[in-house]
Design a protein around this ligand. Structure first.
Ligand code: NAD
Length: 476
């Protein structure tokens, strides 16, 4: 696809080192700002961000033909709702979090003070370049950090607009956005940040964690994986097909929490596939290629990767039940449904990250759970069912970052829920309070306002003191 790309700026190690030194020198000034000052900063961010709404839409169309409406839904609304949620709650989050006092510590008061970690790094991917860059940035600012942001080089038009926003909102000793690819990332990862918030693939997540270990830098890793969806015999098939088709095709399937593949109870599988086909036509007509609502795969490399997974599945015996056509010169693939895929086929092992939906069948929920638990923990697992026993059995029997019941992907929109994976799909959480917490150090504060009863236990030790500690061990 012939897409104009702005020239990607490059930075020398010296320039990056200097930026880090400036942010480090300013960290205590930023960290000691109060809630009012931080909220003012977020208000300014909010106002300027909205001024760039049209520019973001245009940039994202150039980057991968994303429809303006989808930009509003998944890139603008998600950032403004995070901003509003943070502004509403920040005073409480920054306040003293009192904790109970055990009897043995009578005469004291304790609380948790959430202090800034210091200088933090945010590395983001291309698939939701704005949300996944500015979402963590809001949390980092709310927590009082100075920040370097490194967006993905794969969506250069959007990265340029984000850089303009950052430069307009923040002082250069507060937040700096550095563009660039792996080379810039590598230099940044060699620096002793106080926290790294990385969103991207599990493969690169391991590189980030290894680099962070050298400085004992804490990390939040928001990674990927294969999120399975279960549709049982009691599910509302129409609702399942309607929402799975929608969420699978948003952003052309390039969503970390997309329903990667579906497990449908055998007896309702055909009904489900018929329903998915109906919704595909409803959303994208007979020819999705002509539909402006349907985005493209981000670049030639990614197109090739998804297409290889598709072709390999066909070679191994998978059947095409919807779509199946592609136009490589435009990074276009039909919304595609596959069935009869042998287990062990690449498409059942690797994250698809494109508009191809494998639909497999199952007969026994316990056996399916055992099978799912042999794989890496996914970022999300979705359940379509009206049977409470089945829902409970799946939630209690599996492990995953998040779950929707009778829906998929929408948990991302609730800022009151933690967002993130578990092990292979991630470490740590983002969104709302959980993002603020990730970028903060929970500092324990113990305040002795009366002499402590424990002080009677100072040396020299004797039988009386021994008696007191014996009683404490027994009763306190
Ligand atoms: P990626 O891991 O290739 O790249 C992410 C970032 O890391 C980019 O900024 C890139 O420049 C940088 N990077 C790439 N290789 C690097 C290296 N060797 N050393 C240092 N930095 C490097 O991911 P992507 O292709 O941009 O995004 C897709 C992946 O992200 C998918 O796996 C998806 O599931 C995952 N993802 C996860 C979430 C989440 O919230 N958990 C959200 C979106 C995407």
């Amino acid at each position: 696809m012939n897409r104009p790309s702005p020239a990607m700026p490059t930075y020398t190690r010296e320039e990056i080192d200097n930026t880090f030194i400036i942010l480090k020198a300013n960290q205590f000034a930023v960290g000691s700002t109060n809630a009012r000052e931080r909220i003012e900063k977020l208000k300014k961010f909010h106002r300027i961000f909205l001024q760039y709404r049209q520019a973001i839409k245009e940039a994202m169309f150039l980057d991968f033909r994303k429809h303006a409406f989808e930009v509003d839904l998944t890139e603008i609304y998600t950032v403004t709702s995070e901003l509003k949620h943070t502004k509403r709650n920040l005073r409480r989050w920054m306040g003293k979090h009192s904790t109970p006092t055990p009897l043995a510590l009578i005469g004291s008061r304790s609380y948790i003070h959430y202090e800034a970690k210091g200088v933090v790094l945010i590395i983001s991917p291309w698939n939701f370049p704005v949300t996944l860059t500015f979402g963590p940035l809001i949390a980092a600012i709310a927590a009082g950090n100075t920040v370097i942001v490194k967006p993905s080089e794969q969506t250069p038009n959007t990265a340029l607009v984000m850089q303009q926003i950052v430069e307009e909102v923040f002082e250069p000793d507060e937040v700096v956005l550095l563009q660039g690819g792996i080379e810039t990332s590598k230099i940044l990862l060699s620096l002793p940040f106080n926290h790294i918030f990385f969103t991207g693939s599990s493969r690169v997540g391991k590189i980030v964690m290894e680099s962070a270990a050298k400085h004992l830098t804490s990390v939040t890793l928001e990674l990927g994986g294969k999120s399975p969806t279960i549709v049982d015999e009691t599910a509302n098939i129409d609702q399942a097909a309607r929402t799975i088709t929608w969420v699978k095709c948003i952003n052309n399937g390039q969503i970390c929490i997309a329903p990667d593949h579906v497990w449908v109870y055998e007896k309702v599988k055909e009904k489900f596939i018929i329903s998915v086909n109906l919704y595909l036509k409803k959303y994208y007509s007979e020819d999705a290629h002509k539909e402006p609502s349907y985005a493209r795969l981000v670049n030639e490399n990614h197109f090739k990767k998804v297409n290889e997974l598709f072709k390999n599945a066909i070679e191994k015996g998978a059947k095409v039940r919807a779509g199946g056509q592609s136009k490589g010169e435009e990074n276009y693939m039909d919304p595609t449904v596959l069935t009869d895929i042998p287990e062990g086929t690449d498409i059942m092992k690797e994250e698809i990250f494109g508009p191809v939906l494998p639909v497999q069948s199952f007969q026994n929920i316990s056996e399916l759970i055992t099978q799912l638990n042999k794989k890496e923990k996914p970022l999300a697992l979705y359940i379509y069912s009206r049977n409470q026993k089945n829902i409970r059995q799946i939630i209690e029997g599996t492990r995953t970052g998040g779950t929707c019941i009778n829906s998929c992907g929408i948990h991302f929109f609730n800022n009151n829920l933690p967002f993130g994976g578990s092990n292979f799909s991630g470490i740590g959480k983002g969104h709302g309070w959980f993002g603020f917490e990730s970028f903060s150090n929970a500092r324990a504060v113990y305040n002795q306002f009366m002499p402590s009863a424990l002080e009677i236990l100072v040396p020299p030790y004797n039988r009386f003191k021994q008696r007191i500690i014996d009683l404490a061990i027994k009763y306190l």
